[in-house]
Design a protein around this ligand. Sequence first.
Ligand SMILES: *[C@@H]1O[C@H](CO)[C@@H](O)[C@H](O)[C@H]1NC(C)=O
Ligand SMILES: *[C@@H]1O[C@H](CO)[C@@H](O)[C@H](O)[C@H]1NC(C)=O
Ligand SMILES: *[C@@H]1O[C@H](CO)[C@@H](O)[C@H](O)[C@H]1NC(C)=O
Ligand SMILES: *[C@@H]1O[C@H](CO)[C@@H](O)[C@H](O)[C@H]1NC(C)=O
Ligand SMILES: *[C@@H]1O[C@H](CO)[C@@H](O)[C@H](O)[C@H]1NC(C)=O
Ligand SMILES: *[C@@H]1O[C@H](CO)[C@@H](O)[C@H](O)[C@H]1NC(C)=O
Ligand SMILES: *[C@@H]1O[C@H](CO)[C@@H](O)[C@H](O)[C@H]1NC(C)=O
Ligand SMILES: [Cu+2]
Length: 599
Amino acid sequence: MIFILFLLFPWFASSQFPAVCNSKERLDTKMCCPNNCSGPTRGTCKNITAEVAAQWEVANRTVTKILRDAPDEAEKGSVDARYLWPTIVFERVCECKGNYGGVDCSKCDFGWTGSNCNERKRPVVRRSFGRLTPEEKEAVVSATKGLKDETGYWSVIVEEPLNYTFGRVKLQNVSTYDFFIYLHNYVARANTACTKNVNRNVYIDFAHSGPVFPVWHRHYILVLEREFQRYLNNDSFGFPYWQWEEHDLSPFDTKYYGVPSNAYGYDSAVNVTGKVINNTNWNTICDIAYWQNPLSCENHWKLCNPASDLANARPLQRGYINVTAAYLPNRDEVKIAIAAPSYDAAGPNRQYFRNCPRSSFRCRLEGWNIICSADICVGSRQGDIYAHMHNLVHDWVGGQMDVVPAAVNDPIFNFHHCNVDRILESWMQRFEANKTNQGLLPAYVPVSGGHPGHNRDDYIVPFFPLMKAGDQYKTANVWGYTYDELIPASIADYDISDCSVTGNCSICAANTTCLACAPNQTCPVVLPTSTPPMTGANTEGGVSSLGLELGLGLGLGIPLVVVSVALITLVIVFIIVKIRISPARLNRDLDLTKLTLET
Ligand SMILES: *[C@@H]1O[C@H](CO)[C@@H](O)[C@H](O)[C@H]1NC(C)=O
Ligand SMILES: *[C@@H]1O[C@H](CO)[C@@H](O)[C@H](O)[C@H]1NC(C)=O
Ligand SMILES: *[C@@H]1O[C@H](CO)[C@@H](O)[C@H](O)[C@H]1NC(C)=O
Ligand SMILES: *[C@@H]1O[C@H](CO)[C@@H](O)[C@H](O)[C@H]1NC(C)=O
Ligand SMILES: *[C@@H]1O[C@H](CO)[C@@H](O)[C@H](O)[C@H]1NC(C)=O
Ligand SMILES: *[C@@H]1O[C@H](CO)[C@@H](O)[C@H](O)[C@H]1NC(C)=O
Ligand SMILES: *[C@@H]1O[C@H](CO)[C@@H](O)[C@H](O)[C@H]1NC(C)=O
Ligand SMILES: [Cu+2]
């Protein structure tokens, strides 16, 4: 029965927005309740305006006001539909009962199966790309191309209303893969480049640089995995991860996703050639911020229009564009990240952003904190303070991957983020697996006061059907998947607060002995491998906030970092000195016009 429904309404697969809601009537009535939500047994069509308004009431008002007043801004000229998501577009949507799911409740929620969706789905196993059989790798590669070429499931916003009483959004039906590129582009729209004008000096992003980062991307991979399962007609397909902490380079093969490039500099990026990717076969979209001046607000603000981008599609590229010396983080750095005691933590001005206290797992994972380990030490107070962990991997790949709004054009993005999710799961399991700490998974924070989209009860923008950040914050088994291998936390969580004033120390032991140095020294210190004490200490490293005060971004200042790509026997170390931007820029207050980026 489900199967027949599926054939009849293939576009009910799930999420922004089901293609079937791309009709004048549905847009005019602001109602997206396909199939009448399979009601009354499975779901009902509900007006969510009051609920969404209440959520936004508790969010940071400075940001809410900027978004609300958007039409006043000459640069924008239209309403920002992320505001009160998704009610600018649809006010009535399906609310599914029990474990039913999907936009019309005809499917089961993640992790459930059976005709009544009351049986637990046997968890799919997500494995390292390198450990897949040649046939399995081949299936992933061909499905990537298949999803790039199929349409009929999704539609995206290509025009927003002129103001709150006049005009409607315009949707465009897009290919399944392009839908994912778009999602990521849309959340980060105008995040950095527009901080001075459109966003009035406030960094606004609905997926990055804030508490929602780990769960936003967890949800993203779940939705993506489901599309691969559908395309491959294989319910037990687990999305593979790129095990970059082991410096596994197996996805980078001309047989698969093309080779990496270590060319440095914006102009030296190279075109990617792989099995399904070449100049004519893999059109990029939403990449204007990559191709044109990434610092231009207009390029960041412009809504992505997949159809018109198609007309002048450019090749996918790789190569360092802005970080002097990127490298792949290693296992010890990941272990240090996993040692964090809290999910997230507010900085000195009560903000959850980049200047996070050391206790914040989210910050360590995303890559805003200096992270050092025995054989490699990154992080310099003078240099690339933002280039760590997840951020750094984006830098290492370069090309579109290194510019937030364009990043998903490179399919490597997905394998990277699956690994990021595996690190999140490793961190969660530290608490879950410890019997004495059962159920003591640190709480999702904040409940209120954070930027909209980042609070516990906020709907994650721009997904559809709707999902709350705090609801997504659950271990993988709840969502019906698992990893073949997690990373154990076996490194003590050093409290660097005591020696945060000693210029060159990046990581210090609790007794203030400096264990690793920055910026250009490697400290051959072997970190102890004891189990981390879960102190819950909430200390402020002062590192990132210093960077903010100086207005440092990636590539600003004098980055001096050691690059080390180790392939069992091969170790390449090189140091590059580069002065990126004139010192005058450093004097500006809170200049966040970072051009590379952190997805
Ligand atoms: C939803 O409810 C609000 C008031 O609560 C109302 O203004 C709006 O028209 C309703 N929308 C729909 C699509 O029914
Ligand atoms: C988008 O695709 C859906 C499903 O194929 C279709 O019902 C709808 O009419 C299309 N909308 C437009 C504007 O092309
Ligand atoms: C489904 O996908 C998994 C990989 O996740 C693979 O091992 C299995 O062979 C696939 N099953 C079929 C029937 O293709
Ligand atoms: C990349 O492809 C574009 C468009 O086909 C071409 O103009 C350019 O020369 C290529 N760049 C390199 C480095 O091959
Ligand atoms: C609200 O957000 C603004 C902009 O990011 C920030 O400066 C301010 O500190 C935030 N307020 C609170 C109470 O977090
Ligand atoms: C401080 O701690 C480090 C690492 O645990 C240790 O190697 C060092 O000997 C200690 N120093 C002192 C003075 O106790
Ligand atoms: C380390 O970096 C500083 C500037 O950050 C520079 O003055 C010094 O010469 C460098 N030392 C080495 C050994 O490269
Ligand atoms: Cu991202």
